[in-house]
Design a protein around this ligand. Structure first.
Ligand code: WTA
Length: 647
């Protein structure tokens, strides 16, 4: 591991919101007296009815429950918009950069955004959307996506955003699970110069969703797409007819704000449920401290709103803090590998927050693409979504940041609502590859497999021992699954699913998932989901999926497939299965390797021995461990003999 340490630059130590001593003191207060700490920091929001209760949480089965600020009421869209109108109404809220170079960018002020949100909230109401109802959003990275989110928050509807790269089947599953009768989409999306048939995908998905009666469609490309009379609504003309006044609904702190589906180790993706008050405190506070954000600074988080990073750090966190947030529709390497840094120069971006997978891909293209841009405006860089290898970290620091900008490597999850383990730029000396120290109120611990607490420098399973305001509150429709998934492995603690090392300085180094979840280009995927897509194919009898190391994606997808007896597997079938999985889930689930196997290694009780498959996937086959308990050990010889040659 890289043992380099980058001290806090002196101008950061002097000018940042918190320095090293400040961090130590605030952290101590936050864990020694969470009631007092959060009573104070809860004031960062505008409450309609102030809370009197702060923390009411238990991770124990007997009295399990997570409630923060429970008797307060507020409106999150008012916290993102209305509160800024008097002081910053004409400041730019969203700076939108389109996919290609041919189109103008857009600048949307807080006042304009407020008006757009009010009109759209009134449109939702006119379509019968009520408080607590689920609204599915399947949109590209356009400002209207933020408008839709904020409009839901304004009227107390629960948004469920489905990443616009998901297939019709995946979309249908999510619409059905949360019982949503309204879908927001666009005619097409644009990404990297390619068109994505979003409306056609919705039409296809809705064949499986008879409960949907309304589709509001934004015109993005003007493509000629299907229009179902009585169901489909044209976004622009319908919104224009609505009033620009819409009083924000009074929402309880523990009323749901959004559902976001994410993959776990078993079963279908689960609807992670976040509520309003605690999430808002967490998203705004982490955004302010982690990025040392001051109003007026140009801030860019390059995540898609289809993922939690887009929720917390493109939309909610920055807007609560009165930021100018950049929204980018495109991809890092279109039209060429300078694109990110050209956008940085164009908007004079000061804070850039991106994913290691994009950095690794750009690093491979060579330094010239970066160096031909200025990037003089950059002051701070961030990383999220997967471990950043020290090599990519050093490149990010030296080449992108000209050795000037601290890097905040933020570890967190859809479930945590916002950053959990992260440097603060004015307080934390940086070690490349380490997410460093916990944010205020976060109590991480490392356990061995039997649940024993480990002290000092060690490796272990990462748990969080007490609640924090941004924590998810339930799995939509399945509270029992929420408890079972996160609080039953280690009693009384939240289990993250990640493995982690802690060094002599108390720095945390996330080593990656230790459950059956893989992280492909920063996208979380359950191996079980890909397996069930494969076995849904008529020629497949059985499938097992594991992660494999991948230079750019971090992890790739390695699938072992057993075909039905009468099938003779060949290259054509391999290609067919790759296309099949893309169709069933979406391009992000494209298998990198498919290995056909007459049998999978199973114990005598019929359980697949994943340990062996993981080792094959990792190309670490010198010691496969004990195979004597296998029902048929020769299966392994066959797997080893027929490994596809990897580049
Ligand atoms: C991984 C994304 C190392 C981790 C915000 C976690 C990271 C999963 C980091 C959550 C990081 C995220 N360093 N690993 N800085 N950030 N991860 O729900 O395995 O899409 O459990 O949330 O990504 O992915 P999710």
């Amino acid at each position: 591991m890289g043992e380099a340490v980058y001290p806090v630059p002196s101008e950061w130590a002097q000018n940042a919101l918190v320095d090293a001593a400040g961090y130590d003191e605030m952290y101590r207060q936050s864990v020694e007296n969470p009631e007092a700490f959060w009573a104070e920091h809860g004031q960062r929001l505008d409450w309609i009815k102030p809370f009197t209760k702060v923390k009411n949480t238990s991770f124990d089965e007997a009295d399990f429950g997570i409630r923060w600020f429970e008797d307060g009421t507020l409106n999150l869209s008012a916290n993102c918009l209305d509160r800024h109108l008097a002081t910053r109404g004409d400041a730019i809220a969203i700076l939108w950069e389109p996919d290609g170079l041919g189109e103008p960018h857009r600048e949307i002020t807080y006042r304009q955004l407020h008006e757009d949100v009010c009109r759209f909230a009134n449109l939702l109401k006119a379509k019968g959307v009520r408080k607590g109802e689920r609204v599915t959003i399947y949109l590209p990275m356009v400002p209207e996506a933020a408008v839709a989110m904020l409009a839901c928050a304004r009227i107390g509807a629960i948004h469920s955003i489905v990443f616009a790269g998901f297939s019709p089947d995946a979309l249908a599953g999510r619409i059905t699970d949360c019982d949503s009768r309204i879908v927001l989409t666009s005619d097409e999306g644009l990404r990297g110069g390619r068109k994505v048939p979003l409306k056609a995908n919705v039409d296809e998905a809705l064949k499986q969703c008879p409960g949907v009666d309304t589709v509001i469609m934004l015109r993005r490309t003007g493509a000629d797409v299907g229009f179902v009379e009585g169901r489909d609504v044209d976004w622009a003309s319908a919104a224009a007819q609505q009033s620009a006044d819409c009083a924000p609904e009074e929402i309880g702190a523990e009323d749901p704000l959004f559902i976001l589906y994410t993959s776990g180790s078993t079963g279908k993706p689960k609807g992670v449920l976040h509520t309003t008050g605690g999430y808002a405190v967490w998203a705004s506070m982490t955004h302010q401290y982690v990025f040392d954000y001051r109003p007026g600074q140009i801030y860019w988080c390059a995540a898609d709103i289809g993922w939690v990073t887009g929720h917390s750090y493109v939309v909610y966190g920055p807007l609560m803090n009165g930021a100018t947030t950049v929204m980018f529709e495109g991809v890092p390497n279109f039209p060429d590998a300078s694109r990110f840094w050209q956008v940085v120069d164009k908007f004079k971006v000061e804070i850039f927050y991106g994913a290691p997978t994009a950095l690794r891909a750009l690093m491979r293209e060579g330094d010239d693409w970066v160096k031909k841009t200025s990037r003089a405006s950059l002051r701070l860089l961030g990383s999220v979504g997967e471990p950043i290898n020290p090599e990519a970290w050093e490149w990010y620091h030296k080449v992108v940041g000209d050795s000037r900008c601290p890097i905040v490597d933020t570890w967190w999850q859809t479930e945590t609502g916002g950053a959990m383990i992260t440097p603060l730029p004015g307080a934390t000396p940086l070690k490349p590859g380490s997410a460093s120290r916990p944010f205020f109120g976060v109590k991480p611990a490392l356990l061995d497999n039997d649940g024993a607490l480990l002290e000092g420098a060690t490796d272990g399973c990462l748990v969080i021992t007490d609640s924090w305001p941004g924590q998810m509150r339930s799995v939509w429709g399945d509270h029992e699954r929420f408890f079972q998934t996160y609080f039953s492995t280690f009693k009384g603690m939240y289990f993250t699913g990640d493995g982690c090392r802690r060094d002599e300085d108390g720095y945390y180094w996330i080593t990656g998932r230790i459950d059956d979840v893989i992280n492909v280009s920063g996208h979380r995927m359950g191996t079980a989901e890909i397996e069930s897509a494969l076995v849904a194919h008529a020629k497949v009898a059985e499938a097992a999926v594991v992660g494999m190391p991948h230079d750019i994606k971090g992890q790739g997808i390695y699938a072992f497939v057993t075909c039905n007896v009468e099938v003779e597997p060949d290259e054509a079938l391999r290609r067919e299965l790759v296309a099949w999985v893309r169709h069933e889930i979406g391009p992000i689930a494209t298998p990198d390797v498919i290995q056909f196997a007459p049998g999978l290694p199973k114990t005598r009780s019929g359980k697949i021995m994943r340990r062996i498959l993981r080792k094959i996937g990792e190309n670490d086959v010198s010691n496969l461990g004990d195979t004597s308990t296998l029902a048929d050990p020769s299966v392994v010889d066959n797997l080893l003999a027929n490994r596809p040659l990897l580049a």
